[in-house]
Design a protein. Structure first.
Lengths: 318, 244
């Protein structure tokens, strides 16, 4: 099944003008103005949303974008795989309170003309932030529909001018065991590493998210900057990114390193390639109880991305 | 305090403790408080409870040997049945919500995924044990009953492997449970079971089972090391005494 959607996201159309200021700065200003005793509107709103399953009215428009209902803010922020805060689904939202996403610097290096340490504010000043409603399909066969807020990765890549040797892009999550209790054990090989082929990274659907539901990303969702690649399994969406490198060789991503038999580099959503743990033919579209939603090829984004894999054996390059 | 009262008290505690996970899940379901993916919670909690109860069931005999307090054996059947109850719920939730009542999906999953294969095998081994747990079946099967019920070792081992194989990365808990299982099996080896429940002691109990403790006197300790199987046989007889 293919969901109706133009080949390229008309981002200008789905971003309501003036609604989405830089929320992080907004909170800062509000906090400063209120002498620190009041929460910023954004934080207050988030805590209210956290309590309910309601979809805020101003997101109703986004809801129609996919013809599939949005998951509530609460679903999106209380059910996460972020092993840096613990392996349980509720560990990230329980254990991420100590995490400090500000200030934030991203080191960009490798095969590019403008390597360096970039402050997040600096990176965000040159890009267009917009809402993107995407399906998120976890390799564990559950899925959600999430209104991300972010910018196309391609705009960042263009800015730092990768050289002709750059064939892949490699991301790293921050390592802060003092703030990330999951990292105190060697459950995975820290830091978490993910990567994309350059054409995948440049694809207009690929974004770096800074928010969800128009608000800053909560810590458990990968604050302050995470990757979202909607046609791939969720584990490709590396969180709390502190390092980006342009490389010649295919990066060894964390889950492939953990278990190459089960996880590959590409991790494209594919109902026809079964996984040793989970049939990928069906998924549980939360909050549904039944695992009866037919998984779509490339998670429903086949029209936009299948040309990237023309001629590739998707069984082998899982 | 009489043995009867002590056993009744322990059974009451057992029933309450064993029903707590089910009660917690029922409350969570009614209050929509099991998180965005309640089925995952239901599956995880019922599976974990079944596995832990199986291990506790296997701990009864070693406990009896160490303490010499034989009436504890009367907790073994309810423990085993509660383990089966949770294993059955675990399976049913999977069949209803994950397999959506589709037998073909189920067969494919059992065939293709080894952790599901062994999990299913564990349940299949437990079914005849649960069915034959009644007094009537114990009497009818006689010696064969204890042979059949050695299946609990197999079922528990399969359940531990099932859990170990399904965990993606954090194997600490399945490893801990595997260590518990190995320990519970090791203490059944002759070296660790120095005749605490030798046949001699059993004979003694037959004579007067209503005594406060039927533990054999000191001198018999260290003689006639019991085999793994023998311990089980002893337990059957202990039940038999109660029944008779």
């Amino acid at each position: 099944m293919i969901i109706r959607r133009p080949p390229d996201i008309p981002s200008s159309e789905i971003t309501p003008e003036g609604v989405y200021v830089n929320r992080r700065k907004f909170i800062k200003a509000a906090a400063a103005g209120a002498a620190g005793f009041a929460l910023g509107p954004s934080a207050l709103e988030a805590s209210e949303l956290q309590q309910s399953q309601e979809i805020p009215p101003r997101f109703a428009r986004l809801q129609s974008e996919l013809d599939e209902p949005l998951n509530s803010y609460r679903d999106v922020t209380t059910y996460n795989n972020f092993y840096e805060f613990g392996p349980g689904k509720d560990d990230p939202h329980r254990n991420s309170g100590e995490f400090q996403p500000e200030p934030w610097t991203v080191s960009i290096g490798g095969e590019c003309n403008k390597p360096g340490d970039y402050h997040l504010e600096d990176l965000l000043s040159g890009v267009t932030l917009e809402d993107r409603v995407y399906r998120l399909r976890c390799v564990e066969a559950w899925s959600m529909v999430i209104p991300w807020y972010g910018f196309q990765l391609s705009s960042l890549i263009n800015r730092v001018e990768p050289t002709g040797n750059a064939r892949y892009i490699r991301f790293e999550t921050v390592v802060r065991p003092e703030e990330m209790p999951g990292q105190r054990q060697a459950i995975l090989n820290w830091p978490y590493v993910e990567g994309l082929r350059m054409d995948e990274a440049m694809h207009p659907l690929t974004i770096l998210a800074t928010g969800v539901y128009g608000m800053d990303l909560p810590n458990q969702n990968g604050a302050p900057l995470r990757l979202v690649v909607p046609w791939k399994y969720g584990f490709k969406g590396v969180k709390s990114i502190v390092r980006i490198d342009f490389v010649e060789e295919m990066p060894l991503n964390t889950w492939q390193r953990q278990n190459a038999f089960e996880y590959g580099f590409f991790a494209n959503v594919n109902p026809n390639v079964s996984h040793p743990r989970w049939s990928q033919a069906r998924e549980r579209r939360l909050p549904s109880l039944f695992k009866n939603f037919d998984t779509m090829m490339f998670n429903g984004y086949a029209d936009q991305v299948q040309h990237l894999y023309a001629g590739m054996d998707l069984e082998r390059w899982k | 305090m009489s043995t009867k009262k002590a056993v009744l008290g322990l059974k009451t505690v057992l029933w309450i403790a064993a029903l707590l996970p089910a009660a917690w899940l029922a409350r969570g379901l009614m209050q929509s408080d099991l998180g965005p993916n309640p089925i995952e919670t239901l599956t995880r909690v019922t599976g974990m409870t079944a596995l832990v109860l199986l291990l506790v069931t296997l701990a009864v005999t070693p406990f009896r040997r160490v303490t010499g307090w034989n009436p504890v054996i009367k907790l073994r059947r309810p423990l085993g049945l509660f383990a089966f109850f949770y294993a059955l719920m675990h399976f049913s939730i999977w069949f209803v919500f994950d397999m959506v009542f589709n037998v073909q999906y189920m067969i494919e999953d059992i065939a293709e995924r080894k952790y599901i294969t062994v999990g299913m095998a564990a349940l299949l081994v437990l079914i005849p044990l649960a069915v034959t747990s009644t007094r009537g079946w114990i009497r009818r099967l006689g010696k064969k009953w204890s042979t059949l019920h050695k299946g609990v070792y197999l079922a528990t081992a399969l359940a531990v492997v099932h859990y170990f194989w399904l965990v993606k990365a954090d194997t600490r808990l399945p490893v801990l449970l595997a260590v518990c299982l190995v320990a519970l099996l090791l203490v059944r080896l002759p070296v660790f079971a120095p005749g605490g429940t030798s046949r001699k002691g059993r004979e003694g109990r037959r004579g007067g089972s209503s005594g406060p403790t039927a533990r054999p006197a000191g001198p018999s300790e260290g003689e006639a090391p019991a085999s793994v199987g023998q311990g089980v046989e002893d337990d059957v007889d202990a039940e038999g005494v109660r029944i008779g």
